[in-house]
Design a protein around this ligand. Structure first.
Ligand code: C2O
Ligand code: CU
Ligand code: CU
Length: 480
């Protein structure tokens, strides 16, 4: 990890960013399922942070070094010592390390089936800043079944990380020092949402991509801090979705729009056959907060990127959209031995700011989620806040059971869960292997997962990075 200058748009002066191997986003790591990989993540960043740090936030107090990093492989099942625990951070040359630092070289067993993962920083108290500065990249697992299915491959298989940023005149990254209404008594304060006015895909501002008139596979990832996306093609075309966060679905589905909360992925096939000469824009109309907030500013963040069908066909397109991909064994609630009721709440901190918590517990409160290895659990995520939160668990692949509205006031006052509507099934695009699910406001979202195969310390959190840092994140421990 180093700091360097990179051109993010031809009309923008070069921006100072952070990245891996001199590149933002970092290089894509590709592995075969079952192939063990070791990575030594090296912090070679400057001592001074690129972005404003709020020292009142957990883990970022004035007595800790400013520039700390630790890398998490999102969506992977990884031994605890290599998972990138937020307090396993390290500084340049490992001169200083966090209390949970235990090894320099991370081990990834990669036993999962084909899927699109991503690695990103996970340092306690500054994840939002480190990721915004550029510390993220793709990590793809491929397997034999996927090869047999004959999807578009090679240069027709493209990962797309979608992010939003804002820039200063000189090309430097802008990140706010304060919320719109500044917090009295603080020079720098965490904000509860960051929405950039510019969209980047793979580190380029509003890019175009020249394509051949044939099928392409795109692995789309929302790598933004806060922003949700609702993606469409302005040609009215379908996306043929083939994968969710954790890999291939049972059957492809044709969808006209794709919703991605931060950290969610959707793998799609787009067919440009017979569209020679066409320019197709991928648009976004997701409001924030999602889905009932203010509509995105169509003039700026309404555009994501453009596909230009201008390359000659280099060969017959023999790739297919298969009718069946891989089985998706649905977990049954009967298999669960533990049911947890966990609320997402917001309150006001001593500075009068919005403070959001999981189960009303701070980061360093004693561990309460301690599943046994091999155990299946159902978690009821009770969202008492007025906005949606993408909830992510490390280690496990999770399944969304359903969502249901409930009487929030009653629950707040009496602790009694009273449903006010019928259970709502997951959207078709969510019916698959997930690691991040949207818990909508005023709803109970039920998820089911099996803990293991590793034991040890992991985390679950909201993947809106501003929430994760302050402080919608909790440890959980898988016990032998
Ligand atoms: Cu994408 Cu805990 O992370
Ligand atoms: Cu993760
Ligand atoms: Cu959140």
């Amino acid at each position: 990890m180093t700091e360097f200058k990179q051109s993010l748009h031809r009309d923008l002066p070069e921006s100072t960013v952070w990245g891996f191997e001199g590149s933002y986003p970092g290089p894509t790591i590709e592995v075969l399922s079952g192939e063990r990989v070791f990575v030594k993540w090296i912090n070679d960043l400057p001592m001074k942070h690129l972005l404003p740090i709020d020292h009142t936030v957990h883990g970022a107090h004035v007595n800790v070094p400013e520039v700390r990093t630790v890398i998490h492989l999102h969506g992977a099942s990884v031994e605890a010592e290599s998972d990138g625990y937020p307090e396993a951070w390290f500084t340049k040359g490992n001169a200083q390390v966090g209390p949970h630092f235990s090894k320099e070289i991370y081990r990834y067993d990669n036993f999962m089936s084909a899927c699109t993962l991503w690695y990103h920083d996970h340092t306690l108290g500054i994840t939002r800043l480190n990721v915004y500065a550029g510390l993220a990249g793709f990590y793809l697992i491929r397997d034999q079944r996927e090869r047999e299915l004959n999807f578009p491959q090679g240069r027709f298989d493209i990962p797309l990380i979608i992010q939003d940023k804002s820039f200063n005149e000189d090309g430097s990254l802008f990140y706010p020092k304060q919320p719109k209404k500044p917090v009295p008594g603080l020079e720098t304060s965490v904000v509860s949402a960051f929405l950039g006015n510019t969209i980047l895909v793979n580190g380029k501002v509003w890019p175009f991509f020249n394509v051949e008139p044939r099928k392409y596979r795109f692995r789309m990832l929302n790598g933004s801090n806060t922003r949700f996306y609702r993606l469409k093609l302005d040609s009215g075309q379908y996306f043929y979705q083939i994968g969710t966060d954790g890999g291939l679905m049972e059957k492809p589905i044709g969808v006209k729009e794709i919703v991605l909360a931060p950290a969610e992925r959707a793998e799609v096939i787009i067919d440009f056959t017979n569209l020679e000469g066409k320019r197709i824009v991928m648009t976004n109309d997701a409001p924030y907060p999602f889905p009932d907030g203010l509509l995105a500013d169509a003039a700026t963040v309404g555009d994501v990127m453009e596909f230009r069908v201008i390359l000659p066909l280099s060969g017959i397109d023999t790739s297919v959209i298969p009718s069946f991909m891989v089985p998706f064994p649905k977990r049954s609630v009967q298999a669960a031995s533990t049911f947890r009721f966990l609320s997402l709440i917001d309150k006001t901190d001593s500075y009068g700011r919005e403070l959001m918590l999981l189960d009303n517990k701070d980061w360093d409160a004693p561990i309460t989620e301690n599943p046994k290895v091999g155990q299946t659990e159902v978690w009821y995520l009770l969202n008492l806040t007025p906005e949606a939160h993408p909830i992510h668990l490390h280690l496990v692949d999770l399944q969304l059971i359903d969502r249901r509205t409930f009487n929030v006031e009653k629950y707040k006052k009496e602790g009694i869960l009273e449903y006010t509507g019928p259970a709502i099934s997951p959207e078709p695009q969510e019916r698959g292997r997930k690691d991040t699910v949207i818990a909508y406001a005023q709803q109970v979202t039920r998820i089911i997962m099996k803990f293991g195969p590793y034991t040890g310390l992991y985390v679950w959190h909201c993947h809106i990075l501003e929430h994760e840092d302050y402080v919608m994140m909790r440890p959980f421990q898988v016990i032998p």
